[in-house]
Design a protein around this ligand. Structure first.
Ligand code: TXA
Ligand code: MG
Length: 545
């Protein structure tokens, strides 16, 4: 079968053409605001059977009927409760499917043998016009091959369905990106069977109490039939296995960083991508933007199939708002292989220019029981032990090692005063250091770990920390301390200080600043301890910038 793509800009008769295919029992890919659907005449048993064949879908998994407006409800369902009309008035057209008693004209093959039927009115004018023109409720599962991520573009759908269906209507990218919320109105209280584009909280605002089906949050129990039969299958899965990490975003990012090795796939909130330069990273959008997370999740999962990744690690939003739907899709993509990150250590990132007093601050953090990961020491340890790191450095900068020992002066000359060369060196180091630092933090067994890194922010590690603290002090004091500590002359100390990032950079990028000026070391040490104590108590009483 040749699959034609119908485009509104080109095919003037698109609506009648698509409706005619549906009327004669054919299959049409239809755009909706949630995901693309694989549409057929929902009252025609032969057409419905063809959907199951094209998708490779188990016969007991019922289909949703799509209608152009609420006046069609009685064509699909009987004994319609008032709540259905209240919900339709509030959320239709939109991503809400209601389960109602089945109308006698709806074949059992459409409902997977159930005496109930799912009905929804999609928020896509083109698709509503096609259904109205076909003059029949359109059964449409998501337009993916069974088990694959749902399609959110016509191209996704073509990738799965080319040659299997008559046509695809290209209606652009799906606005919402996850499927409709399914609520069962045949039970009291109404029951959420699948979280989706309408948040549970919005349903509760209209319906009062809404029960949440177990299948929404947990893998199916052996031998138990979930109320939405589709919830029992492994779903939404890219080719590579997926592991999902739940918990506070900084924790999950740190835990993923400790595990992901070069070339692995990582699915992250935008804020954390900086520390994953060696991985194939896809962004879910900002951790505070549930709409963006929903919009991107399937595209991101599918995108990994165009890459050679063998394993995928994913951050998971919490259950608020659209987060419940996104987290449900991710967990199903992972076959419920979920790692809860409650017990990973709390990380405090410490940074600032040399000579500002970071060592004193670290000692204060240690007094509170924290372990410290010294990233400068770690870098030199890795240079001595990691042959692939040495070879990357030598490929970029020539023979700067004597055996396993770095000739610091030689490398210094290569990168000093050449910003591009320094950027190349940093890229090589940042591709390895964050992973090793996170591994050490986990391996320490401590509940609090200080990550001591002069390049905390630039390496992306700052985002992996629960808190970031910059230690700053007046330039003249730093110069004095460097001279005393390293036994160098004033001119050289000034050069070192002038080569470093200015205070504004640290103030901008760190949550807290410890100012070490015009005070004794003892006073500063006590001040640092007070700040860390309050940060760890969750009391942001410090001088947060
Ligand atoms: O957003 C959506 O709902 C998309 C677009 C295309 O409209 N459609 C969609 O269909 O996601 P599908 O077939 O991929 O998922 C339908 C889900 C399945 O989990 C199925 O088991 C459940 O709805 N379902 C359908 N009818 C049901 C019924 N009568 N009782 C319980 N669950 C039902
Ligand atoms: Mg589906």
């Amino acid at each position: 079968m040749k699959t034609i793509v119908l485009r509104p800009c080109r095919d003037e008769n698109l609506i009648t053409a698509a409706a005619a295919i549906l009327r004669r029992g054919g299959l049409v890919g239809i755009p909706t605001e949630t995901v693309y659907g694989l549409g057929a005449d929902g009252l025609n048993e032969t057409a419905v059977a063809a959907i199951f064949t094209a998708k490779g879908r188990p016969q007991d998994n019922p289909l949703i009927l799509h209608v152009p407006d609420v006046s069609w409800l009685p064509r699909c369902a009987r004994e319609i409760p008032a709540a259905a009309y209240t919900l339709a008035a509030r959320f239709w057209p939109g991503p809400l499917t209601m389960i109602l008693p089945r109308h006698g004209s709806v074949p059992l093959s459409t409902t997977g043998g159930l005496d109930t039927v799912g009905v929804r009115c999609p928020d896509h004018a083109l698709t509503r016009a096609i259904i109205a023109a076909a003059d029949t409720p359109v059964a449409a599962p998501s337009g993916n091959l069974s088990g694959r991520p749902s399609p959110t573009t016509a191209a996704h759908m073509l990738a799965d369905m080319d040659g299997r269906i008559d046509a695809i209507v290209d209606g652009g990218d799906c606005r919402v990106g996850v499927e409709s919320t399914i609520v069962d109105l045949t039970v009291t209280p109404p029951r959420l069977l699948r979280p989706g584009g309408i948040p549970l909280e919005d349903l509760e605002a209209v319906l009062g109490e809404v029960a949440v089906d177990r299948a929404v949050v947990a893998p199916p129990e052996e031998g138990v039939r979930p109320r939405a039969p589709g919830m029992k299958y492994r779903h939404y899965a890219p080719h590579a296995p997926v592991t999902v990490f739940t918990g506070a975003p900084a924790r999950t990012a740190g835990a993923i960083r400790a595990r992901a090795t070069t070339g692995d796939g990582v699915l992250l909130f935008e804020e954390f991508t900086g520390a994953f330069g060696d991985c194939t990273a896809r962004s879910l959008g900002s951790m505070s933007d549930g709409e963006s997370n929903a919009h991107r999740v399937f595209d991101a999962l599918r995108g990994f199939d165009d890459t050679p990744v063998k394993e995928i690690f994913a951050q998971c939003p919490d259950d608020r708002g659209l987060g419940l739907a996104v987290s449900n899709r991710l967990k199903k993509a992972a076959g419920f292989h979920v790692i809860a990150c409650g017990d990973t250590p709390r990380l405090i990132g410490l940074t600032g220019p040399t000579g500002a007093g970071k060592t004193t601050a670290l000692a204060a953090l240690r007094r509170l029981g924290a372990a410290i990961v010294d990233c400068d020491a770690l870098y030199h340890e890795m240079l001595a032990t990691d042959a692939s790191l040495r070879s990357d450095v030598e490929n970029a900068f020539g023979a700067v090692f004597d055996g396993t020992v770095l000739d610091r002066k030689k490398l210094g000359e290569a990168v000093f005063a050449d910003p591009e060369a320094l950027a190349r060196l940093n890229a090589i180091v940042y591709a390895r250091l964050p992973r090793e630092a996170m591994r050490r933090a986990e391996a320490s067994g401590a509940t609090v770990v200080g990550i001591d890194a002069i390049n905390l922010i630039e390496s992306g590690m700052g985002a992996l920390c629960d808190h970031t603290v910059a230690v700053l002090s007046p330039a003249e004091e730093r110069i004095r301390r460097i001279m005393a500590r390293d036994g160098v002359d004033e001119a050289y100390a000034r050069l070192r200080v002038s080569a470093q990032k200015d205070d504004a950079f640290y103030r901008e990028n760190c949550a807290f600043v410890l100012w070490n000026g015009e005070k004794t070391e003892r006073e500063f040490s006590a001040e640092a301890e007070t700040l860390f104590r309050s940060v760890l108590q969750g009391d942001k009483g410090g001088n947060e910038t």
